[in-house]
Design a protein around this ligand. Structure first.
Ligand SMILES: Nc1ncnc2c1ncn2[C@@H]1O[C@H](COP(=O)(O)OP(=O)(O)OP(=O)(O)O)[C@@H](O)[C@H]1O
Ligand SMILES: [Mg+2]
Length: 217
C-alpha cells in the first residue's frame, strides 16, 4: 500500500500529516516513510542524514538498482524507517522513476510518502501521487489553496483537511471544489506545532492528530 500526501500550496501541514500517518501505522506494523520534500528528518526530531538519499539514487546510473534503496533507509524509531530525500534535484529519467515507484508499490510494508507541493514541476512527486493506493491532498479550507488543487491535472482519492478556526469554507465546500471526500479533519492544535518545533512529534504524537488520522488511510 502506497499512501501519498501532497498539497497544492506550501505550509498546509503535509509533512506533519505524512509523518503522523506513518507513526500511526508504525504502532501495528513496520512502515516506510519516503521523503520527497526534505523536511521529514527534522519533523521526526532527527539529525539530517549524511548518507545519500533518494535524490542520489535517482541521479545514479542504471547499475545502481532498486536493491540499493534498502541501504539508503534510516531507522527513525522502532518499526519506522525513513527513505531520506538527500540533497540535489529530484530529477529522474522516466524509467528510473518507474522502477522506484514499482519497487515501493510492491513493498510489503505500508509506504507513506511526503510528496510536498505539487504543481511546481516536480515530476517525481506527481508520479508518486498519481499511482498511490491512497492519494491524499492535505489542505487548509483556504480558497486559494483549493483553487490551485482544482487546477492540478491530478485528482486526490481523499482529502485531509487541516482545520483553522474562523474560516468560511466548510467541509462540504472543500469536497465540492476538489471533487474528493474529506477522509480526516485535523484540528489546528498548538500542541502539534509545539511537538514539531521541539522534535517530539515521534515520541509524543498529539492525541488529536492520532485520532483524526487513524482512519485516513
Ligand atoms: N495540525 C496542526 N496544528 C498546528 N500546527 C500545525 C499542524 N500541522 C502543521 N502545523 C504547523 O504548520 C507548519 C507547516 O506544517 P508542515 O511543515 O507540515 O506543512 P507542509 O505542507 O509540509 O509545508 P511545506 O509546503 O513547506 O512542505 C509547521 O510549523 C507545523 O508545525
Ligand atoms: Mg513539507
Amino acid at each position: 500500500m502506497l499512501v501519498s500526501c501532497w498539497s497544492a500550496k506550501g505550509g498546509s501541514g503535509t509533512t506533519v500529516v505524512a509523518v503522523a500517518l506513518a507513526l500511526v501505522h508504525a504502532r501495528a506494523t513496520d512502515v516506510l516513510l519516503v521523503d520527497l520534500a526534505g523536511d521529514v528528518p527534522s519533523a521526526l526530531g532527527l539529525a539530517e542524514p549524511e548518507s545519500p538519499g533518494l535524490a542520489a539514487w535517482l541521479a545514479a546510473d542504471d547499475d545502481v538498482g532498486v536493491d540499493a534503496l534498502a541501504r539508503l533507509e534510516v531507522e527513525a524509531r522502532r518499526s519506522l524507517s525513513v527513505l531520506p530525500r538527500g540533497t540535489g534535484p529530484l530529477a529522474a529519467a522516466p524509467e528510473r522513476l518507474e522502477a522506484l515507484v514499482g519497487h515501493l508499490t510492491a513493498d510489503p510494508r505500508p509506504v507513506v510518502a511526503d510528496c510536498g507541493v505539487l504543481g511546481r514541476g516536480t515530476a517525481t512527486a506527481a508520479a508518486f501521487a498519481g499511482v498511490a493506493t491512497h492519494s491524499l491532498l492535505v489542505t487548509r479550507p483556504c480558497y486559494l489553496a483549493l483553487r490551485r488543487a482544482a487546477h492540478l491535472p491530478l485528482r486526490p482519492s481523499g482529502v485531509v483537511l487541516v482545520n483553522e478556526p474562523g474560516r468560511a469554507l466548510t467541509r462540504t465546500d472543500v469536497e465540492d471544489i476538489v471533487g474528493a471526500t474529506v477522509r480526516a479533519e485535523v484540528a489546528l492544535d498548538p500542541a502539534v506545532a509545539r511537538a514539531v518545533d521541539s522534535g517530539l512529534l515521534a515520541s509524543r504524537l498529539p492525541r488529536t492528530l492520532e485520532r483524526a488520522l487513524r482512519r485516513a488511510a
